[in-house]
Design a protein around this ligand. Structure first.
Ligand SMILES: NC(=O)c1ccc[n+]([C@@H]2O[C@H](COP(=O)([O-])OP(=O)(O)OC[C@H]3O[C@@H](n4cnc5c(N)ncnc54)[C@H](OP(=O)(O)O)[C@@H]3O)[C@@H](O)[C@H]2O)c1
Length: 280
């Protein structure tokens, strides 16, 4: 684990490489996305629902223009909202996302949640497969999918492109070992959203203890490092330039196995929504 660096990547089933950490753009300003790229993040996680795809695209274009980096240097993720499931609505939503961000392609396109119906989810996947064939998207995946939703997709006879990613809320108070293990067994990378528990668990005694032990690391750094050591891809968000930088300073230390065990628990405390349990 000590060999992990900011440049480390994981290979997706699509063949693409995903950075080990990304910048979560929900409620993030354009300037914060730009600051994140300047700080060294090479993945932006946005969504139709966040209403900031245009801002993310502008921040990316500005950073490319000012630094001479290339579009291919950044892994751009966006997501399909629940009311656009179905073949033609998805095809339109993909084109709309591309045009809002002024991009030629999306690195990873996710179904934001399974909250529609079996038929709509599978028609959505068909449209996403076609968008990959058309060169609009490099990799496709899901978010907030439970094991039963993934099995539905794996059992679908028209499945040609397997999901590369499942983006889930995961942190020590929501470890989701069942879904994470299922994903890893199937080569699906798990992106961990709300990896900082939106700050709700920063004062937990175990977090405070580890902050003192690891040379005054912050609660955010302990939680991000936990996520990395679980084999997850954390996507912390911040609008503060100093915290944006500090949240990347997680590659110079490692949490010991004993201390990882202290963070190991079986609790179920989401800080956001939980569509993984939906029976729709
Ligand atoms: N697929 C989904 O359904 C889904 C759902 C939720 C989130 N997400 C994705 O995951 C990303 C991250 O999740 P999130 O935004 O819910 O929560 P988060 O990253 O766990 O926490 C963000 C909060 O923590 C604060 N924060 C960040 N760094 C900090 C630090 N070093 N010290 C103290 N406070 C700090 C931020 O405030 P400041 O901005 O003031 O720093 C913000 O209030 C989202 O932006 C989004 O991209 C996906």
């Amino acid at each position: 684990m000590s060999a992990l660096t900011l440049q480390s990547t994981l290979k997706l089933t699509s063949g693409a490489e995903i950075p080990r950490i990304g910048f979560g753009a929900y409620l993030a300003h354009e300037e914060a996305v730009y600051d994140a790229l300047k700080a060294g993040y090479r993945m932006i996680d946005t969504a139709e629902f966040y209403r900031n795809e245009a801002e993310c695209g502008r921040a990316l274009a500005r950073w490319i223009g000012e630094t001479g980096n290339k579009r291919e240097d950044v892994f751009y993720v966006t997501k399909l909202w629940n009311d656009h499931h179905g073949y033609s609505a998805t095809a339109r939503a993909i084109d709309d996302s591309l045009s809002r961000a002024k991009l030629d392609y999306i690195d990873l396109y996710l179904i934001h949640s399974p909250l529609s119906s079996r038929d709509l989810r599978l028609e959505t996947w068909r449209a996403m497969q076609d968008a990959v064939k058309a060169g609009k998207i490099k990799s496709i995946g899901v978010s907030n999918y439970g094991i039963h939703h993934l099995q539905e997709l794996f059992g679908w006879p028209q499945l040609e492109i397997k999901p590369s990613v499942n983006q889930l809320e995961v942190h020590p108070w929501l470890p989701r070992k069942d879904i994470v293990s299922f994903c890893h067994e199937h080569g699906i990378v798990v992106q961990a959203y709300s990896p900082l528990t939106r700050g709700k668990r920063f004062k937990e005694p175990v977090i405070q203890e580890l902050c003192r032990k690891y040379a005054n690391k912050s609660p955010a750094q302990i939680l991000i490092r936990w996520s990395l050591q679980q084999g997850l891809v954390p996507i912390p968000k911040s609008n503060d330039p100093e915290r944006i930088r500090a949240n990347l300073d997680v590659f110079g230390f490692g949490i010991s196995d004993d201390d990882m065990a202290k963070l190991d628990n079986k609790s179920y405390s989401p800080v956001t929504w939980d569509p993984t349990t939906s029976s729709l």
